[in-house]
Design a protein around this ligand. Structure first.
Ligand code: SAM
Ligand code: SF4
Length: 362
């Protein structure tokens, strides 16, 4: 595609990413790779996926350019690096440093930079990432039981992950947030146990509802463990939960957890737990996110099927203004809602995106 063919009728250079429903983008989810060293059952098939060939991945310079456009021109204030497993990129520190050098249009501050990771290798990288400008990490740990972990991720790597968490703590990446998917089955036993273990370690646990973005055929609407069910299970197990602010302010609705009592052998300190109800109570009305895949495709909605290519135009020589216009147009077309909570949509056959979670960037 020639750069000139990209010029739109409009000559105005966009200053923000807004959609036709009045939402404004402030949060960029940047996937830096589609590869992964685990095979979580809810995310990837056992044999893995067809990885993107190296030349298709955005380079550090390309990521830096698009991040600069997003942050310094289009109003993005928070950048979250994800994948696949972002730590598999050896140049992740360079990516973080490039994003940390940016200044947001609204405050003139560095954007908030987060990393979502499975934690493997984080012990060796945390200090360098922190120095490069990383602010926080979310580490995915569905269970602290070695055997359960090996079954769920198809890799016996829990001990390595825990070393990674130690590394993150030693590097001062607080608070440690732990992501756990509320997979169907065994929740009644696993969720309370995991919450108590996280509270004892000072980690903030967030349950994520199982989304239809894993291997084909691995998700059934009727099996989804909804936020209300998770809350019920936790309360029945004895946790005293009080909503923090308005739990309807998504994405992570938060609950204050009162300390457990020592007398009944259930001691854990007070803390917080989050539940991300993307399926049963989607936060589409308040969604301020946009996504860029590792091969430079824009997705305005995690569940969206429409991808808009930025890498092609960028490599064909498009100017910043042209790229900004493409991005603004893609943002404008963001769907109002993804509809996973709509019984008709589900029974009529929810159209899942062609990419699975790891290839989108969760
Ligand atoms: N590999 C990194 C990790 O696991 O944290 C980052 C990428 S992973 C795709 C991002 C998040 O998506 C993880 O917290 C993971 O648990 C979550 N996830 C993956 N598949 C999911 C699904 N089908 N439903 C809900 N969450 C899912
Ligand atoms: Fe890999 Fe993260 Fe997907 Fe697990 S959830 S397979 S760690 S990308």
């Amino acid at each position: 595609m020639s750069a000139s063919a990209l010029t739109t009728a409009s000559t105005t250079v966009p200053k923000q990413l807004v959609d036709r429903f009045g939402r404004t983008v402030r949060d960029l989810r940047l996937s830096v790779t589609d590869r992964c060293n685990l095979r979580c059952t809810y995310c990837m098939p056992a044999q893995g996926l067809q990885w993107l060939p190296g030349p298709q991945l955005l380079t550090v310079d390309e990521i830096a350019r698009l991040a600069r456009l997003a942050v310094e021109q289009l109003g993005v204030e928070r950048v979250r690096l994800t994948g696949g497993e972002p730590l598999l990129r050896r140049d992740l520190e360079d990516i973080v440093a490039a994003v940390a050098a940016l200044r947001t249009r609204h405050t003139g501050d560095k954007p908030d930079i987060g990393l979502t990771t499975n934690g493997l290798g984080l012990d060796r990288r945390a200090a360098g990432l922190r120095t490069a400008g990383l602010d926080r990490v979310n580490i995915s740990i569905d269970t602290l039981d070695q055997r359960e972990y090996a079954t769920l991720t198809r890799r016996d790597r829990l001990a390595d992950v825990l070393r990674g968490v130690d590394g993150a703590q030693a590097a001062g990446l607080f608070p440690i947030k732990v992501n756990a998917v509320a997979v169907p089955g065994e929740l009644t036993e696993r969720a309370p146990r995991l919450l108590a273990q996280c509270l004892r370690r000072g980690w903030q646990l967030r349950f994520i509802e199982h989304m239809p973005l894993g291997p084909h055929g691995s998700w059934r609407a009727e099996e989804v463990v909804g936020a209300q069910q998770v809350l019920t299970v936790l309360r029945e197990a004895g946790f005293a939960l009080t909503p923090v602010g308005r739990p309807d302010r998504r994405p992570a609705a938060l609950w204050e957890v009162a300390a457990g009592s020592e007398s009944d052998g259930q001691y854990y300190p007070a803390g917080r737990v989050g539940i991300i109800a993307s399926v049963t109570a989607p936060f589409c009305d308040d969604c301020d996110r946009t996504r860029l895949t590792a091969d430079g495709k824009l997705l305005s909605c995690l569940f969206g099927t429409a991808e808009v290519d930025l890498r092609g135009p960028m490599r064909a020589g498009a100017s910043d203004e042209e790229l900004a216009r493409i991005w603004a147009r893609a943002a404008w077309d963001k769907p109002r809602a993804h509809g996973t909570d709509d019984p008709q949509t589900i029974s009529g056959g929810f159209t899942a995106p062609t990419r699975t979670m790891s290839a989108i960037g969760g």
